[in-house]
Design a protein around this ligand. Structure first.
Ligand code: GLP
Length: 244
């Protein structure tokens, strides 16, 4: 779906989420959302906050799982995705604290494998993700699944590509402080979601959007693996669509 601007695209995604929350609520079911970080979903979260404040949209019945987090990182660090989610969304809506899950970047290395498996189990126990929101990295990564990530991969600790560390370096005092590792849901985890919406805004995303949508489905462009999902849409602005 191509929208004139990022704001309009974000509003459309917010509307779909709001409708899903209300439909699930009416059926007495919880709404399970998969959430992303980065600059891409900022307008979406601002719009959800607005819908909560101005239109009374309630998140009491919503459970969320975030895609990824740097490793290691303290949850209150400026660059932490735990902090990002609280500042952009959770602190401003009525979601109970026990309803949102963001990977923990503070556990010792030897505990990460069991923790990642537990994260997968929690998603399953919640009934699976109804709607997964994604951004896309310049190299086609989704979550922190870099090129080469297996289509069946699950939540795990991964090594970040240098291009990703460079792209995210602006968040850190300098490049050497960008973590080399991250914990991320896998491609397989993402593909299990019932519906997926990948958002991309701006001319700098146009090339990778084209490769993801029109190129072969290959693990060299992780987002192109979404072609294998039966219910996935790319929600992009005109700038990100200019190479299509
Ligand atoms: C980050 C995140 C991804 C995000 C992507 C794009 O590294 N791990 O989940 O989708 O890169 O970032 P941005 O939205 O800032 O362009």
């Amino acid at each position: 779906d191509i929208h004139p601007t990022a704001k309009e695209g974000s509003r459309a995604v917010a509307q779909e989420i709001a409708t899903l929350i209300k439909t699930k609520e009416a059926a007495g079911e919880t709404c399970v959302l998969g959430l992303a970080t980065g600059s891409t979903p900022k307008y979406l979260y601002a719009e959800l906050v607005r819908l909560h404040r101005e239109e009374g949209l309630s998140f009491k019945n919503v459970v969320t799982f975030n895609l990824d987090e740097y490793y290691p990182i303290e949850p209150d660090a400026l660059q932490s995705y735990n902090r990002f989610m609280k500042e952009q969304l959770f602190n401003h809506i009525d979601i109970p604290e026990s309803n949102y899950f963001i990977p923990d970047g503070t556990l010792p290395r030897e505990k990460m494998k069991a923790y990642a498996e537990e994260y997968e189990r929690r998603i399953e126990a919640a009934g699976g993700v109804d709607l997964q929101v994604l951004g896309i990295g310049n190299n086609g990564h989704i979550g922190f699944n870099e090129p080469g990530a297996h289509v069946n991969s699950h939540t795990r600790l991964v090594t970040l590509d240098n291009v990703t560390r460079l792209a995210n370096a602006y968040e850190f005092p300098n490049m050497s402080q960008v973590p080399r590792l991250a914990i991320t849901m896998g491609i397989g985890t993402i593909l299990k979601a019932k519906r997926i919406l990948l958002m991309a805004w701006g001319t700098h995303k146009a090339k990778i959007v084209r490769r993801a949508v029109e190129g072969h489905s290959t693990d060299q462009v992780p987002a192109s693996l979404l072609q294998q999902h039966p219910n996935c849409r790319f929600v992009i602005d005109e700038q990100a669509a200019q190479e299509l």
